[in-house]
Design a protein around this ligand. Structure first.
Ligand code: GAL
Length: 418
């Protein structure tokens, strides 16, 4: 009897996913932090797909790059027993939420649509808690990018730095020509984003993994990490005095407008270039962050579903998950967002040059063992550990002349926070 009921439910769900029509407009509330121009355009694609399926998209956008604000608001809602239907939650945090016993099960849709075959195994595993799908992956962002305004480089007679050793000379020429070398927003998550790219470029993917994923104490206290802090600290001289608190997309605008030459940021920045009508290879360049060619720091966005009392909302969650992985959505969303599809079977021909490079580099890095999770974007270690390490990094960056030795010791200590 139980089995029959389940078979019936799966059959009904199958019809629902295919027809896509909800009986009456059910609210599906989605918490996210996609509020910049490119991000909002990308999120609007999901809204319109859900509306075409008869649902009402209840937008729960919490501004704040990197999602720290959004996570604080989410906790309050869940604690008060009123979680949204879906929330942008990533990486190891999915397991932490799973342990709270508040997540919904997406196995029905995952089974019908064969997610186990559609998704890379490494991604699928992160989306499961206790062997059940509780989240749907949206995309793959690459973090270790350097965004370049070629006209500024040309005006300054500078060459785009391929290594951290080359960086200071290029920055000096750019500064001398009257431009800001590095567009940056002084927010802890942005400092940490730059820091992880420096660690990757200075130490390579194996070192990055030892230090920032395995949290190996020797690696964290090593000379390589010392050098990474030195390189990172030297960047203070390359950013402008108005950087504190600047949002990441405002920093991207400085590169777009030719006020600054470069930005070290994940490819959500590309969404801003696209939104401004800029073309890669002509108006801007996307190159690997210095020293990190061949490596790929990944950041997979995902929507986690929370258990709901209302049956129609629970069904809507399955419909939402199905929509997220549909080829049509994967294309329009990722074109606007700057990321690449998480489905491995997508044709990349209609994507721009940066996305095609990202997709190629992703495959190559996976094969060479140079694919590493972003610590700054909640992919690598538990949130509490990443938060403690981020505090050390940002304090170091915002304290001129902070001793490197002290930062090393503090980072190694912070890595033990659980
Ligand atoms: C990342 C997130 C991206 C983008 C970025 C800036 O953590 O994965 O989707 O939103 O923050 O807010």
């Amino acid at each position: 009897m139980k089995f029959k009921m389940r078979a019936l439910r799966v059959a009904v769900l199958g019809c629902l996913l295919m027809s896509g029509a909800a009986a009456s407009a059910t609210d599906i509330e989605v918490l996210h932090w996609w509020t910049s121009g490119g991000e909002a355009k990308a999120a609007a694609q999901l809204k319109s797909i859900m509306e075409s399926k008869g649902y009402t998209w209840k937008d729960f956008a919490v501004a704040g790059g990197g999602g720290e604000n959004a996570m604080t608001v989410l906790k309050t809602r869940v604690v008060s027993g009123d979680p949204p239907a879906a929330a942008q939650i990533k990486g190891p945090s999915i397991q932490e939420w799973g342990q709270e016993g508040v997540l919904a099960n997406l196995d029905p849709v995952a089974k019908i649509e064969k997610w186990d075959h559609m998704l890379p195994a490494a991604v699928a595993n992160v989306m499961k808690f206790d062997h059940h799908y509780v989240a749907v992956p949206v995309n793959v962002h690459r973090v270790n990018w350097l965004w370049v305004n070629p006209a500024v480089f040309q005006a300054a007679g500078a060459t785009v730095p391929k290594t951290w050793d080359e960086f200071p000379a290029a920055a000096e020429k750019i500064r001398a020509a009257g431009y800001i070398p590095l567009a940056h927003g002084g927010q802890p998550w942005q400092d940490f984003t730059v820091f992880e790219s420096v660690v990757l470029g200075v130490g390579g993917a194996d070192f990055y993994r030892q230090a920032l994923v395995d949290l190996d104490q020797d690696a964290l206290r090593s000379d390589t990490m010392k050098r990474a802090f030195e390189v990172f600290g030297a960047l203070r001289a390359d950013i402008d005095p108005d950087a504190p608190n600047r949002d990441w997309n405002q920093a991207t605008t400085m590169v777009i407008n030719g006020k600054a030459a470069m930005q070290l940021m994940g490819d959500w920045a590309k969404g801003e270039f696209t939104q401004a009508g800029k073309v890669p290879g002509k108006d801007y360049e996307c190159v690997a962050a210095p020293g990190s060619q061949g490596a790929f720091t990944f950041n997979v966005d995902s929507l986690v579903m929370f258990q709901q009392d209302a049956d129609d909302v629970a069904k809507g969650q399955q419909v939402l998950a199905s929509a997220v992985l549909s080829p049509a959505f994967q294309k329009v969303f990722n074109l606007a967002k700057g990321s690449i599809p998480v489905r491995t079977d997508m044709d990349m021909a209609s994507f721009d040059a940066c996305a095609r490079k990202s997709a190629q580099d992703f495959q190559a890095a996976a094969q060479s063992g140079s694919l590493v999770p972003s610590i700054a974007h909640q992919m690598a270690v538990p949130a509490a550990t990443a938060g403690a390490m981020q505090d050390v990094v940002t304090q170091f960056f915002n304290t001129p002349d902070a001793p490197v030795e002290r930062a090393l010791a503090q980072l190694a200590q912070a890595a033990q926070v659980q």
